[in-house]
Design a protein around this ligand. Sequence first.
Ligand code: PLP
Length: 425
Amino acid sequence: MKHLLERAGKVITPALHHYYPIEIVRGDGIYVESANGRKYMDFSSGIAVLNIGHGHPEVKNAIQGQIERFMHTGGVYYNETAVRAAERLLPVTPQGLDMLFFGNSGTESVEAALKLARFVSGRQGIVSFTGAFHGRTLGAVSITTSSAKYRNRYHPLLPSVYHVPYPYCFRCPFNCKPELCDLACLDFIKGTLRRQIYPDEVAAFIIEPVLGEGGYHPAPLRFLQGLRKLCDEHGILLIFDEVQSGIGRTGRWFAADHYGVTPDILTVAKGIASGLPLSAVIASAKIMKKWAPGAHGTTFGGNPVSCAAAIATLDVIEKESLLPQVQELSAEIVTSLKKLATDFPHIGDVRGLGYMIGIEFVTETGASNRKACDRVLQFCLEKGLILIPCGLERNIIRFIPPLITKSEDIRKGIEIFAEGVEKAA
Ligand code: PLP
C-alpha cells in the first residue's frame, strides 16, 4: 500500500480525498478485498452508490451485453438504452415527474436543476440550506455550505444565492425542542422573503430532504410540507436533491415518498447505476417542455453502458424486494443503536430513514465529539468494517450498508460497532 500511496502522490492531485489508505483489488457484494489480502464489510457502499453491492452479476451482464452493441452515442444519434432507462426510472419517481435529462454526476444534475429552474421561471434567486452539500462545480458549490473548505478561494461564486438554516432538529438553529417546535425555521424563511429577496424573484428552493454530507439528518415532515406550501403560494420551484438519498437508500425509492411531498425538480445520481457514472434531473413534462432545444446538453450524459447498468440496478431492487427488506431491518437497526445510545452517552443522537442512518457523537456537555467518532471508525476498520463519517465536525457516523445486506451481516456490523463504542467510552 505504501508503494501505491507514493505512486498516487506523484500523479494524482492531493485535492482528491480518500477516507482510508486501503487499496482494493476486488469488490463483491457487501465485501471489498484489499491488496494485502484483508476482507472488509463495506458499510460505506462507496458513499451510498453501491446500493445493490459491488459487482452485482445482473449489472455485470447488462454492462457486458451493452458493450457488445455500442458504447457511446453522444448527441449524434438516438440511444435506445437511454430511452429505456428513462422509461424504467420515471415510473418509480414521485408522481408527476415524468421527463428527465441524463448527466454523469451528482453535481451535474444539480447544475442542470439550477439552470432549468432559472430558465423556466425567468427568475434568478436560489435559496439553499446551511449544511447542504450539492457538489463541487461552481454553481453547486455556491449552494453548498457543509464546509467552507469546498468554497475557499473560489469566490466570487454564483450571485443571487441565499442561505437559510436547515431544520437540523438535534441542534435546532432556533433552540427549539422538537416537542415544542413551532417551525421557527419556516418563519425565518418567510422573513428572508421580506428582508432579502421578494418571492417573485426567487426561482427555486433546493433542499436535501435528508441532509447528507452535512450530518445525516432528515428534515421534519411539517417543515417540508410548509416549504411546499410556501413555494406553491409564490410560484417558486421546489428542488429536492436526492443524489444521496435516492434509489432505495431510505427504504422507499425516494425520501420524498416518506414525506408525501413532491418536488417540482428532483436530482438523482449515486445509487442509480451501481458505480457507473450516471445522473438525472427529473421534472414534469410541463416544466421540461419549457426548456428550449439546445438550452442544455451533454456529450457523455446518458451513456448507454451506464444506462444498461441503471436498468439492471432498478430491476434488482424490485426483483429482490429490497425496499420492504430495508424498511423492516432498518427499524431493527435503529432500535439496537438507540439502545446503545442509552448505555453510552457519547452517542447523542440516532436518526435516519431506511439504510441512511446518522449516529452523532457528543461530549458530556453535548458538544461535537470527533475524537470518539474517530476512535469508533478506527476500531471498526481494524475489525474489518468500513464506515465513514460526515458533518462539519466529522462527529457523525453514516451507517449506510448496501441495501442487499442481510440481517445476519447487519447484526455482525452492529456488534462490531457496539464494541467500538464501548472501547471509545
Ligand atoms: N448532492 C448530494 C446530496 C450529494 O451527496 C453529492 C455527493 O456526495 C452531490 C450532490 C454531488 O455528487 P457528485 O460527487 O457525484 O458530483
